[in-house]
Design a protein around this ligand. Sequence first.
Ligand SMILES: NC(=O)c1ccc[n+]([C@@H]2O[C@H](COP(=O)([O-])OP(=O)(O)OC[C@H]3O[C@@H](n4cnc5c(N)ncnc54)[C@H](OP(=O)(O)O)[C@@H]3O)[C@@H](O)[C@H]2O)c1
Length: 375
Amino acid sequence: MKNLPVFLMGCGGVGRQLLQHIVSCRSLHAKQGVHLRVVGVCDSKYLVVVADVLTAELDDSFLLEVCRVKSNGSSLQTLANSGVCQVFSGPEVLQKVVDIGRLGKSTGLAFVDCSASAETIGVLNQVVDFGCCVVLANKKPLTVPMEDYDKLVSQPRRLRHESTVGAGLPVIASLNRIISSGDPVYRIIGSLSGTLGYVMSEVEDGKPLSQVVNAAKSLGYTEPDPRDDLGGMDVARKALILARLLGRRLNLDNMKIESLYPEEMGPGVMPLEDFLVNGLPLLDQKIEDRIKQASANGNVLRYVCLIDDARCEVGIQEVPKDSALGRLRGSDNVVEIYSRCYEKQPLVIQGAGAGNDTTAAGVLADILDIQDLFP
Ligand SMILES: NC(=O)c1ccc[n+]([C@@H]2O[C@H](COP(=O)([O-])OP(=O)(O)OC[C@H]3O[C@@H](n4cnc5c(N)ncnc54)[C@H](OP(=O)(O)O)[C@@H]3O)[C@@H](O)[C@H]2O)c1
């Protein structure tokens, strides 16, 4: 049985679902001859870790208890009396996490980042140097300035990040296969936000933007402050990840990012309630006019990422009604990839592009994928 040690950073929706998938896949993994040995878990404040990272593991009942504790909104510290792990807090966490990474070379440790933090890049770059593998659901380490990015991707075979773009959809894997076969990619255009995909297809049906966004918020489709979706930054991060895979040496601040609301309605300027009740309705007419114009051209509007030789940008674009993007309804993600082999008809990847379950499944598949590196 191949023994693959795993350390998890971030124990929110995705991290907890990953632990549950690991536990529920035990018999499947046993048939495949693999055992995932979870040695530790940390969140923004605490670290729980086995005393001996080289041999011990947090057993399944403990992992499920971690999930229960975090789902209840309690702290990992409540597990200190379990007797099966050590608990660290404060500045000790970072030091201890780096120490765990130091064992990476001898153990083939997989460092899994399911946090939503920009701060993990420091630790990740250290553990890459120590010989660990890195698996990311977190986009932020891949959208740091180029110098740190170069370090993180310096051992490409030891890095997997399928879930950073399109959750569990095989976007990165497909793109990597195209790139490594020498097939030049001319253009990528995609709807990579389930929320903005939903919003754009609802406004296309004639509903006012303000009504659609308020409804999406009540249905739980948006972030608590919908401006986090409408600003386009999450899509921009995904676009940057794809563009960098194509070899473009870009930073977030070189990119054109169209926000669906003006600066004067931003989070620091206008309170959320004010934005939802008074701000949003002021945006209805403009978007309605753009939809009419697009329709007159035989097109529809989508909020997309667009990467080609000249551009890497995110915002509203007119796309043909009868394209995969034009036919998109609801919250699916769609990516169209054009290359020499997929010149007239693009390679199209479509499906659910968010959700803890599918995202964690993508992370788990990435972890399993790196086992071949360790005989
Ligand atoms: N959910 C999706 O559909 C989806 C899809 C694709 C990608 N992703 C990405 O997956 C990641 C996780 O998403 P989520 O929905 O699970 O987020 P979440 O529920 O907000 O959980 C984030 C977790 O990260 C922890 N954390 C914050 N700073 C940390 C640090 N410096 N070190 C270690 N842990 C830290 C938080 O700790 P506390 O518990 O102490 O706050 C929390 O446990 C995000 O980067 C997200 O963008 C999510």
